[in-house]
Ligand binder design. Sequence first.
Ligand code: NCD
Length: 331
Amino acid sequence: MSTKLTQPAAARAVPGSSADWTVPAGWTRRHLLDLESLSAEELTIALDTAARFKLATADCSRKLPLLVGRTVANLFFENSTRTRTSFSLAARRLGADTVDFSSSGSSLSKGETVIDTAKNIEAMGVHCVIVRHRTPGTAQLLAHNLNAAVINAGDGAHEHPTQGLLDILSIRQRRGRIDGLTVALVGDIAHSRTARSNIWGLKKLGAHVIVCGPSTLVSRHWEQLGVEVAYDLDTILPRCDVLNLLRIQFERQSMRPFPSVREYALLYAMNSERMAKAKDDILIMAPGPINRGVEITPDVADGPHSVILEQVTNGLAVRMAILWLLLGQCA
Ligand code: NCD
């Protein structure tokens, strides 16, 4: 299966007015809760739409007023820099109003449930709720209880679908395809929602996925998802087209999964010595935040193979695409 940009010329054209934008017939979803349930066709629609938004807003000076009159609420019960800012900017670039909620200082501390909090925010005329919560399934729960569209911005270690999409878009833009590429996810696979979303999306679009890290963070059970499990980065490195370096999520771990950060870095950090053993055109990615010196050294993070900031740029386009796909049908 090829994921090359093969859409018809009309779809490739950079639009001049809102009349040029119609939600594709293949997209009927009201929520984006995961990538596990998306088909290859839906994934491709999301990626193609994001690519169009990226082109259409490349100079950053132009708003595309496709969602005027719509209100989007960020409900973040966990910390965030990139995802939250990116969703807010994406909504504003589409002309929507935004409202920001954070759990500290809210009525959650007075005993209000997440569903009640969300329903109260919805009652103020909100059309889309973007939710991040440490409990897996929170976005699904809200989708069952609200009329608003729900976007999962990360539910515990379960999924982070827009991160998966922006990672895949970044690979596709650099390589022109996903099919047939070997992509290694390296690091804290056990606690990474980014890993799960990447696995579902990449597999459906035909990539070979390797999960690599210490055995305390990478169980053999991952093989059941059709991915290769590896414990030695140096062995798999020469085969990889892309490395996505995942942060060690100390905040989600009850016990330290390796003796020391220094030992982890020795075995798994991407550094200049390892770069010398990698393919000449390897892509180095990370969802951020990066811990310099742990999963990646500064020279590699800032080096010519790194697309880490390009991922952030693509995140904005992906979030514009998802907001428009979910809200554009009735705008
Ligand atoms: C990721 C997250 O929060 O799941 N970051 C992000 O959304 N950009 C990964 C992480 O926290 O390491």
